[in-house]
Ligand binder design. Sequence first.
Ligand code: NAI
Length: 281
Amino acid sequence: MIKVGVVGSGTMGSGIAHVFAQYGYSVVISDLSDDILKKAINTISENIERQIKKGILKVEDKEAIISRIRTTTNLEEFSDVDLVVEAVVEREDVKREVFSKLDKIVNENCILASNTSSISITRLSKSTKKPNKVIGMHFFNPVPVMKLVEVVRGFLTDDEVVNKVVEISKSLEKVPVVVKDFPGFISNRVLMPMINEAIFALQEGIADKESIDSIMKLGMNHPMGPLQLADLIGLDVVLDILNVLYENFKDPKYRPATLLIKMVEAGHLGRKTKKGFYNYD
Ligand code: NAI
């Protein structure tokens, strides 16, 4: 079985490490400090407990899963992995630096995947000497629950690498869907304009927030309304992704709603700050 490295142990990195370890892979996960890594292991333990309560896992699985995850603050320990999934903050400069470091450490057949929501895989691939081995492996939050992996084929990615990542995603009981490397891929290119339009509708006073969310839930069968979903994702993240779409396509249809910009300026970022379109006190 291949060995897996995960860079970044936040919301996504911890979920990705969890799922790989759950399906028998040995995983090494890195972050900037031991404290952050300790928190990530705690989060994974709590999430395993939740799966045990739901009957998805057995009590004895917990120790086995945790024992397959090794933590480190030193990327040099990635020298023997076959696949790296990068899940550091959504900043191109930080990701480029991670890719360029990994390029010097990993073996020549290692696949370098990014969990980015919106950054160009092709540009990231150019910070390595093997852009043909670089690919997008876009998991969704919460990773142990969500079935989709959006597999993003960069302009230089080998077919063999795409096939391998599809196969690996299936081994995690996920459903891989392959798309080309265009801004926002498919998921965010379709989702973000919908959320933005809901914010425009609110800003224009066409309906209040509850009405907008009810219409999309009851009329379109969405599990949550667009404004509730924006609060869950984080309004800063929504704004960042809309800006990526706007700047890359140079099309005004992606311009972020002024209300969204103002809310981010005010620090009303959604659930994580307890205030967004709704209050979470
Ligand atoms: P997060 O902020 O929870 O975690 C990022 C982690 O990266 C932090 O623990 C941070 O300490 C670490 N980090 C920063 N620089 C590092 C470096 N140089 N080396 C090692 N670790 C470093 O962020 P989150 O939400 O987990 O997002 C990570 C990536 O996943 C981003 O690219 C994001 O766009 C993407 N993503 C996020 C989703 C979400 O719902 N949160 C969904 C799908 C993708």
